[in-house]
Design a protein around this ligand. Structure first.
Ligand code: GLN
Length: 538
């Protein structure tokens, strides 16, 4: 196996994850089998317990791992299906070391950062190598910025690892920022020089430098960076701010032939230049669509760019499929409580209520669902959004006044959403939800089955504690709510829909974790198609 390590310099939020993912795209389109992973230096075992304000979205994998949102980019930009082995945090590393120490596995030695902690990181690298014998290239992104104290052990582990597997098998890529000083009209290379100097102090000489720039990277600056950072001129690669969509990133990086540089550096032999026609055509459909719809996403972390990342991406995928620009209107659910649904979302072609926790804004979301149902506006509820639709139906159609989820009202008279028995005794918050992919049965004749191409079984990823209460199923069904899918194992409700409505679907799972650029998720695709029909009828 060959290894690429992607580090970041100068500042965070550089698009390091997108750069890594784009390299994955390009190598895969060269016919190489790639696998992507991320090392996160923070002390949380996983991001599952972090607030969206800290971390943005928590991305869930098939095996139930709650991971960094960059893994979402990796799965969308490559064909890889990742596992919990592909996101390593300092929390996991220290947890493993301390457990070993308690078991006496260090045989009386003093347990130290080097070698014991760095060995733990390296052993994970070796394990991933062993587990994936068919992979040509393993791409590992190191979270944080070079120079951060908390990243030091990872960098040191990589330095040692490169020696162990042979430096010729390892390519270090440093992603850095070239700030543009407007008043001087100049692009500055000094922070990059200093960041690379920092990396070299730690024993790592980058092979390739990817320069994030707002302006163009001219020849003088390329030469300057090459000389001061001790890399060949051709290995200084520009990574410009993309104009329209993140899916342009691989195309941008290809301009400086990053894939060729990597292949040459790693001695990967002759591979054809990447066949990117399908990718390019997807990008064209994102940039120049024929139609337009506006979709309100009514949530509670709406001002955060990253809180609903995968949902926004899935809407883009579905939009491109229908040659449609999806104009996303981010709606703070509390605003609906204050101003009413009609005034906040009266003009949209579709309403999406995403997942969430805690009761802030729930009444606003319930009103959004009611407005969509009564006015026949396409509605798509995801996880909490499905629970919200159920509560709304129970209250306003079944007449169960003040029906609620016990998450929001412990003593509600009508707990239409409640905890399953096995969740009741749970004390630890980390990794204790219903997590990951499981099989569900889809009922023929439903709209959901139709969207899934009449499949009778589906596999979708979950992340929730509460469920539709089986005691109320019949009552809801008698009042017209259709249950279109239940879990194969326990018969838990997975999808609800309203047959008389143009599109009113709630999914207990997270379809947004399984949508890719040229393979939109069927529920998203159906939702955007319905929104398009709605907009054309308006
Ligand atoms: N808070 C709800 C639950 O735990 C929904 C979770 C979600 O939307 N991801 O069931």
């Amino acid at each position: 196996m060959k290894y690429i390590f992607v580090t970041g310099g100068v500042v965070s939020s550089l698009g390091k994850g997108l750069a890594a993912a784009s390299i994955g795209t390009l190598l895969e389109h060269r016919g190489l089998s790639t696998l992507m992973q991320k090392f996160d230096p923070y002390l949380n075992v996983d991001p599952g317990t972090m607030s969206p304000y800290q971390h943005g979205e928590v991305y869930v994998l098939d095996d139930g791992a709650e991971t960094d949102l960059d893994l979402g980019h990796y799965e969308r930009f490559t064909s890889g299906v990742l596992s919990r082995m592909n996101n390593l945090t300092s929390g996991q590393v220290f947890d493993a070391v301390i457990k070993k120490e308690r078991r006496g596995e260090y045989l009386g030695k003093t347990v130290q950062f080097i070698p014991h902690v760095t060995d733990e990181i390296k052993s994970r690298m070796h394990q991933v190598t062993l587990d994936n014998p068919k992979t040509d290239v393993l791409i590992t992104e190191i979270g944080g910025t070079v120079g951060d104290m908390e990243g030091l052990l990872f960098i040191e582990a990589l330095r040692q690892f490169a020696l162990e597997v042979g430096k010729e098998n390892v390519c270090f890529i440093h992603v850095t920022l070239l700030p543009y000083i407007k008043a001087a009209g100049e692009v500055k290379t000094k922070p990059t020089q200093q960041s690379v100097a920092k990396l070299r102090e730690l024993g790592i000489q980058p092979d390739i430098i990817i320069c994030r720039t707002e302006a163009d990277l001219d020849e003088d600056n390329r030469k300057k960076i090459a000389m001061f950072c001790n890399v060949e001129r051709k290995n200084v690669v520009a990574f410009r701010d993309v104009a329209h969509t993140i899916y342009e990133c691989p195309l941008d990086l290809r301009r400086d032939k990053i894939d060729r540089l990597v292949v040459d550096r790693l001695g990967l032999g002759h591979t054809p230049s990447p066949a990117l026609e399908a990718w390019e055509s997807f990008v064209q459909r994102v940039i120049h669509p024929k139609h337009k719809v506006s979709i309100a996403v009514a949530g509670k972390y709406i001002e955060l760019q990253d809180a609903y990342k995968s949902i926004y991406e899935s809407l883009i995928h579905a939009g491109a499929h229908h040659d449609t620009k999806v104009h996303i209107i981010r709606v703070e659910a509390e605003a609906i409580e204050d101003h009413g649904a009609r005034s906040v979302i009266g003009e949209v072609d579709g309403i999406l209520v995403p997942g969430g926790f805690g009761d802030r804004g729930t009444e606003g979301k319930i009103r959004a669902a009611q407005y969509a149902r009564e006015n026949k506006i396409p509605y798509f509820g995801i996880c909490l959004g499905m629970q919200i639709a159920t509560i709304e139906y129970a209250r306003n159609v079944c007449g169960l006044k003040k029906a609620n989820s016990t998450e929001f009202d412990k003593s509600t008279k009508y707990p239409v959403i409640c905890l399953q028995e096995e969740q009741k005794g749970v004390e630890d918050m980390g990794a204790t939800m219903r997590l990951g992919s499981s099989e569900s049965i889809l009922f023929a004749g439903t709209k959901a089955a139709d969207l899934y191409n009449n499949a009778d079984r589906i596999h979708e990823r979950h992340r929730h504690r509460y469920e539709l209460n089986s005691d109320y199923q019949e009552r809801l069904q008698e009042a017209g709510l259709v249950i279109s899918s239940v879990s194969a194992e326990a018969g838990l409700v997975e999808i609800i829909e309203l047959p008389e409505h143009p599109f009113y679907i709630g999914a207990q799972f997270h379809p947004e974790f399984q949508s890719k650029p040229n393979h939109p998720h069927p529920l998203f695709s159906g939702f955007v198609a319905a929104a398009l029909t709605h907009s054309q009828a308006r």
